[in-house]
Design a protein around this ligand. Structure first.
Ligand code: PEP
Length: 249
């Protein structure tokens, strides 16, 4: 099955009104000839700005996290319904920085994934092993456990409305990229695990690679059979680099 390539930027906690404006305008103006689906995931306070600049362009947008709750007394949290009011189509869930620094367990990530879907968003589910886990040869076990937390809670049908991002934690922001073969091997096992529950959904789900993707390594990574694009951190902050990655896809 032919899957559309997808490149999503994760700005993390970077940005400001002035720099965002020039980045967003450059993206908006640089989409001619880009065949891939493209989106940026911005910090919450900038979603109104992102919406106003990108509305009507082929570039979608989303948030980097969301609450597992729909509303209520949860100080500091942001609900799916609030994100869709700002035109968000996507929400990243389970990014390793959330898992490592903010205590997002597999169960919390599964709850956020469910909340995103219930609220009309496409969750971008991040899974991936740490360096210690890779060195202990438990990569397959770790990504399977992270994926099964979502499968067990929401069922395989939920993945028809979601995107998976395989992000080896040791490759995020480190300049160390998984080799195309290393990444492909994990993407294939993720797809096989989804396909075990539903062959069509396994064949159709977009699985992005994330971890130090740059214009120079994107084409080879995205050329692997089970790699459907990328989730891009650092390089998504530089218009030329992000557009280069979009062009590679
Ligand atoms: C990320 O934060 O999801 C990421 C992949 O970051 P980077 O591209 O900077 O490694």
């Amino acid at each position: 099955m032919a899957r559309t390539k997808f490149v999503a930027g994760n700005w993390k906690m970077h940005g400001g009104l002035a720099v965002n404006l020039s980045l967003l305008n450059a993206l908006r103006g640089g989409m001619a000839g880009v065949k891939a689906q493209v989106a940026v995931c911005a910090p919450y306070p900038y979603l109104a700005q992102v919406q106003s600049v990108l509305a009507g362009s082929p570039v979608g947008w989303g948030a980097q996290d969301l609450s597992e709750h729909a509303q209520g007394a949860y100080t500091g949290e942001v609900a799916a319904g609030m994100l869709t009011e700002f035109g968000c189509r996507y929400a990243i869930v389970g990014h390793s920085e959330r898992r490592c620094y903010y205590g997002d367990t597999d169960d919390v990530v599964a709850a956020k994934f469910a909340a995103a879907l219930a609220g009309g968003l496409v969750p971008i589910l991040c899974i991936g092993e740490t360096l210690a886990e890779r060195e202990a040869n438990i990569t397959a076990e770790v990504v399977t456990r992270q994926l099964e937390a979502v499968l067990n809670r929401s069922g395989v049908a939920a993945l028809a409305g979601a995107v998976i991002a395989y992000e080896p934690v040791w490759a995020i922001g480190t300049g160390k990229t998984a080799t195309p073969a290393q990444a492909q091997a994990v993407h294939a096992l993720i797809r096989a695990r989804v396909a075990r529950d539903n062959a069509a959904i396994g064949a159709g789900v977009q699985i992005l690679y994330g971890g130090s993707v740059k214009p120079g390594n994107a084409a080879e990574l995205f050329g692997q059979a089970d790699i459907d694009g990328g989730l891009i951190g650092g390089a998504s902050l530089v218009a030329k680099d992000f557009l280069g990655i979009c062009a590679a896809a």
